[in-house]
Design a protein. Structure first.
Length: 270
């Protein structure tokens, strides 16, 4: 009886995945469905190969296929969430961005519910929430979500201190809050609630540099460190970083997107 109740509880948590996936099922290449008996491990390996080759769309299709069969699969949940977040950044309209970021967060929430002790569950919850917060107007909900981002990023770092994207998330969290003016903080506090007070430029720089040390080939980390320097009035530090980015190798659509962003940033400080 206890096992039956547990299955019902898991179904209630993961059932929303099916609605989300059926809405976007037309995006999945038919070849993915052509081999329904293919083992999940084989599909996960194929998705990893596609990510390494820069084919994020095909990788996302594979993860969606896995979730159709195994809605609680940890690897598929967090990877699909992360890819929705990545792809959301280069959608052309704000509404499409919101749609992608919302889907990313829905999957991250399920990952947290089903796999609360796994580091990537907390990371994708933090990064997907951060992208939505950037598009939200000031509100009590937005303030609470800002606190939530740090809580889950800290937990992700605690569970896996060698995962570079977690330090990148903590870096941009500190950067954005450290660059919030006193007037903005006061206005938010009076209307919606207190913003975290312990964010700093020093922590932003430290965490972004740690992310780069752990994964020096990730273009986004370099671009965000440069943007942190620009936002904090340190253009002389930003310029050589952006110049180095322009000679880095691009593999994915995300890489090309951030390479273009680096080029635009550099044009602003020359």
């Amino acid at each position: 009886m206890a096992v039956h109740r547990e299955k019902i509880a898991v179904y209630k948590i993961v059932a929303p995945i099916f609605a989300a996936l059926f809405i976007s099922v037309w995006l999945i290449p038919s070849s993915i469905f052509a081999q329904p008996s293919e083992p999940t491990e084989t599909l996960l390996n194929r998705a990893a190969v596609n990510i390494d080759a820069g084919d994020e769309e095909r990788a996302l299709a594979i993860f969606r296929d896995i979730l159709m069969r195994e809605p609680a699969n940890y690897e598929a949940l967090w990877n699909a969430s992360l890819l929705y977040t990545r792809k959301g950044h280069y959608q052309r309209t704000e509404q499409r961005k919101i749609n992608y970021f919302t889907r990313a967060r829905e999957l991250a929430v399920i990952a947290i519910e089903v796999h609360p002790d796994k580091p990537r569950s907390h990371y994708v919850y933090g990064i997907s929430t951060a992208t939505l917060v950037d598009l939200m107007p000031n509100s009590a909900e937005r303030i609470q979500l800002i606190w939530d981002i740090r809580k889950h990023a800290d937990r992700a770092a605690e569970l896996d201190p060698n995962y570079a994207p977690t330090w990148h998330l903590l870096g941009i969290w500190n950067s954005k809050l450290a660059n919030t003016s006193r007037a903005e903080r006061l206005g938010a506090r009076m209307l919606y609630g207190r913003l975290p007070e312990d964010a700093s430029h020093a922590r932003a720089e430290e965490y972004l540099k740690r992310a780069i040390r752990l994964d020096p080939n990730e273009i986004l980390f370099h671009v965000d460190l440069a943007q942190h320097y620009m936002a904090s009035g340190q253009q002389t530090k930003a310029k050589p970083i952006l110049e180095r980015v322009l000679v880095m190798n691009t593999v994915s659509e995300s890489d090309r997107f951030y390479m273009a962003e680096a080029r635009e940033n550099l044009s602003q400080i020359r």
